[in-house]
Design a protein around this ligand. Structure first.
Ligand code: DC
Length: 225
């Protein structure tokens, strides 16, 4: 049902590197909504687990870690800042090391339960654009607008390479494509809330679309709700 004013909930899901976060950030900015990048929460917890040398196959330890970790989101110029236990980890969660391990942490049911609680709380007043893997299917199944963004594996690797190069990393596209495929495989086959398209989501293959085209198409859809 259509909510009044600025209270819509918009869920953007899709595989790694499909452009969800840049698109979600722009849509939220244009609508005056809050942007919530849920992948950043799983990344923050992964960073903490790696720093503490927690075995990533130890589901109990990861669940305890999720329960005792404080994750908060704040905003600077429409950009999300992620605070873990009082520390701004927005940059540290984007390292290749975190990217390579995050799927293992995100597949733990106890970890997901904690993160989903926080995500639902953040969205309870509406007026949010939330991106992730299971937002439309599991976290916010009542979202008024669900978009599933995808692109070819090659194109997604090229986009991730651009981001990494801009951050000063040297990248091997073929290796990156392999890592992205591996992450998609873990995210899509996990037991709890896997990456799948919601039955009522609009699917958009962005391989041959420009950033502006994607943003405009989503906003056009929102106008029609
Ligand atoms: O979007 P991202 O690359 O920052 O996501 C990091 C990881 O977290 C990715 O492996 C999938 C996982 N994730 C998830 O399982 N559920 C979400 N809602 C968001 C991300």
């Amino acid at each position: 049902m259509r909510r009044e004013g600025q209270n819509l909930v918009i869920a953007i899901d899709g595989p790694a590197g499909a452009g969800k976060s840049t698109v979600a950030r722009q849509v939220s900015k244009d609508l005056g909504y809050i942007y919530i990048d849920t992948g950043a929460m799983y990344r923050a917890l992964t960073l903490k687990a790696l720093r503490l040398d927690v075995l990533l196959s130890d589901e109990e330890a990861l669940t305890s870690l999720a329960k005792e970790t404080q994750i908060q989101l704040t905003y600077k110029d429409h950009t999300q800042v992620i605070i873990m236990d009082g520390e701004d980890v927005s940059v540290d969660i984007r390292t290749p090391q975190v990217s390579q391990h995050v799927s293992l942490v995100a597949k733990v049911p106890g970890v997901r339960t904690e993160m989903v609680k926080l995500q639902r709380k953040l969205a309870e007043n509406g007026g949010v654009v939330m991106d992730g893997r299971d937002i439309g299917t599991f976290v916010l199944p009542e979202a008024e607008c669900k978009i599933f963004l995808t692109a070819s594996a090659r194109e997604r690797a090229i986009r991730r390479a651009r981001d990494l190069e801009a951050a000063g990393y040297k990248v091997d596209i073929q290796q990156l494509e392999k890592e992205i495929a591996m992450r998609d495989q873990i995210d899509s086959t996990r037991e709890m809330a896997p990456l799948v398209q919601a039955h009522d989501a609009i699917i958009m293959d962005t391989t041959d679309m420009s950033f502006n085209e994607v943003v405009d198409k989503i906003k056009e859809h929102i106008r029609q709700i």
